[in-house]
Write a protein that binds this ligand. Structure first.
Ligand code: B12
Length: 217
């Protein structure tokens, strides 16, 4: 079956929140030789975007959005090890502290960014979700990170990305770290306005920016 049709079916399975169906299509796509990153970015992500749009139009509600997220997480149990395998044997290129900002529990995009960074040879310390700005900074110092990567999906939580930069400035260590921002609410303009070092629309962008930050891009 051509890949486009498979991407379409992956997207539909996310929209319907059907975990078993999604898993079956993911297995099929892997058998067809489609790369795990394409299954995620070209198949599942457009489905999840559509879920968000339907939620915003009140066509679906929180339970449907949760089912879509659960289906996604089920598929990632199969896909994440494959992603890491694809990058196997990479030399350690740098260290990243990653998290979703305070007040925000969206983890899916952050987890993909983490998996893709690991696949590209980064050591990643994932702080999880709902992470205080100060915790990003404390962990970056402890972990001797090169990069702080912060995800924010809501208009109410995006100011937390600026707080991270303010905390770095207050501790006099702003220049020591490359700060990358992303997630549904972030834009390039936003990143520029808060003095971040980079904005990425996709996990692929996150990797490209991170490699550039450690002089490997
Ligand atoms: C799934 C989902 C949920 C799930 C999350 C499950 C989980 N484990 O993550 C659940 C059901 C729990 C949920 C809850 C809520 N949600 Co919600 N959710 C979504 C949805 C549909 C998809 C998000 C997602 O996973 N997308 C797929 C991933 C792959 O995309 P992504 O996160 O954008 O990440 C990619 C890029 O942005 C980038 N990236 C991400 N992070 C980073 C970081 C860096 C450094 C870089 C460089 C790049 C990068 O790379 C990723 C891969 O390409 C979005 C809609 C949307 N379009 O975003 C709404 C959405 C984010 N949610 C929304 C809302 C309102 C809520 C709730 C408040 C609902 C409620 N009434 O309770 C709660 C929030 C609770 C909280 N305090 O956080 C709104 C936010 C509105 C706004 N603009 O402020 C949205 C936009 C829906 C909408 N259109 O209204 N949600």
């Amino acid at each position: 079956m051509p890949s486009e049709a498979l991407y379409q079916r992956l997207s539909e399975a996310i929209i319907s929140g059907d975990r078993n169906k999604l898993l079956a299509i993911v297995e099929e796509a892997l058998r067809e030789g489609i790369a795990p990153s394409d299954i995620i970015e070209r198949g599942m992500s457009p489905g999840m975007r559509e879920v968000g749009e339907r939620f915003a139009r009140y066509e679906i509600y929180l339970p449907e959005m949760m089912m879509a997220a659960e289906a996604w997480e089920g598929a990632m149990k199969v896909l994440e090890p494959r992603l890491l395998e694809a990058g196997g044997g990479q030399k350690r290129v740098g260290r990243v502290v990653l998290g979703t900002v305070k007040g925000d529990i969206h983890s899916i995009g952050k987890n993909i960014v983490g998996a893709m960074l690991k696949m590209s040879g980064f050591e990643v310390f994932d702080l999880g979700v709902d992470v205080a700005a100060s915790a990003f900074v404390t962990k970056a110092e402890e972990f001797e990170a090169d990069i702080i990567a912060a995800s924010a999906l809501m208009s109410t939580t995006i100011p937390q990305q600026r707080s991270i930069i303010e905390h770095l400035e207050a501790r006099g260590v702003r220049q020591r770290y490359c700060v990358l921002v992303g997630g549904g609410s972030a834009t390039q303009e936003w990143a520029d306005s808060i003095g971040a070092d980079g904005y990425g629309r996709t996990a692929g962008d996150a990797v490209a920016l991170a490699l550039k930050a450690v002089g490997k891009g």
